[in-house]
Design a protein around this ligand. Structure first.
Ligand code: PAF
Length: 279
């Protein structure tokens, strides 16, 4: 696997790949790779001739300093996992390389960013949009792969691509889970053994919500989820929303048949998110 740290060399290298008429699949990441990321790489490998992965811990998408400081750095392990999975090129720039000067761009995603993650992490999606647009301009991929675990991010990236006519196909990929149901996440490593034991409850609650969907009134379901979370010491609900899959706006009745349930909570000091598609 080729590893490149500069934008100029990456562009040159990929120009040559394109001249050979090879299709490029791209997986943007912030490192600390787990099975969820590797699934994206595998899918990219199946669908393209050449696979690029980026590892860049994007400081401007962290609204919380502690979260950024605690984010694991590039691990030797990431490189060996990428090699084993068949990634062809790793682009791993420094912050200075990506942002030689402060970036002031402001994106407006309207109501899509006013709910859930956007509401609780001000500026987060602006930082994500800035880095992803820049990465797309550098890599110019044919297809790019995003996990459905970060569902709101996926919808916002789709909106970004549409708004700026970026010629890339966004490929959504199903959430990869531990055998006990916990969604794979780089943050899981920060859970204490006790917290890790209770974390699968999140997916159990989501599955039960799916069972109750369409039968239990929405406000009762909201209360039920709150009660369930409160039963567990150390768990603190940040939001639980049943929203339309496309608009991300909360649904008011079960007549809306196109919806997804999204949840964010703290387990001790670790913030976890998950979701389940209802219908
Ligand atoms: O999902 C992530 O890991 C990040 O938000 C992304 C898409 C790599 C942008 O920094």
């Amino acid at each position: 696997m080729k590893i490149i740290n500069t934008i100029k060399n990456t562009k040159e290298y990929l120009k040559n790949i394109r001249l050979q008429n090879l299709s490029i699949g791209f997986v943007p990441t912030m490192g600390a790779l787990h099975e969820g990321h590797l699934e994206l790489i595998r899918k990219a490998k199946n669908e393209n001739d050449f696979v690029v992965c980026s590892i860049f811990v994007n400081p401007i998408q962290f609204n919380n300093r502690e979260d950024l400081e605690k984010y694991p750095g590039i691990l030797e392990n990431d490189i060996s996992e990428l090699e084993k999975t068949g990634c062809d090129l790793l682009f791993s720039p420094s912050v200075k390389e990506m942002y030689p000067a402060p970036v002031k761009t402001k994106y407006d995603f309207g109501d899509l960013e006013k709910v859930m993650e956007g509401k609780h992490r001000p500026g987060h999606f602006n930082g994500v949009a800035i880095v992803v647009k820049k990465l797309f301009e550098i890599i110019k991929p044919d297809k790019s792969y995003f996990g459905e675990k970060d569902y709101q991010q996926l919808v916002i990236i789709q909106a970004l691509v549409k708004k700026y006519n970026i010629p890339v196909e966004i490929v959504p990929c199903a959430t990869v889970r531990e055998p006990d149901g916990l969604a794979k996440s780089s943050r899981n490593k920060r859970l204490t053994p006790e917290e890790r034991k209770i974390a699968p409850v999140i997916y159990q609650i989501l599955k039960e919500v799916k069972n109750k969907a369409g039968k239990t009134p929405i406000n009762e379901l909201n209360k039920w989820v709150e009660q369930q979370i409160n039963n567990y010491k150390g768990m603190k609900l940040e939001y639980f929303e049943i929203v339309n899959k496309k608009t991300l706006q909360p649904i008011e009745s079960w007549e809306n048949k196109d919806c997804i349930v999204c949840i964010a909570l703290f387990l001790g000091k670790v913030r976890l998110i998950d979701n389940i598609i209802l219908f």
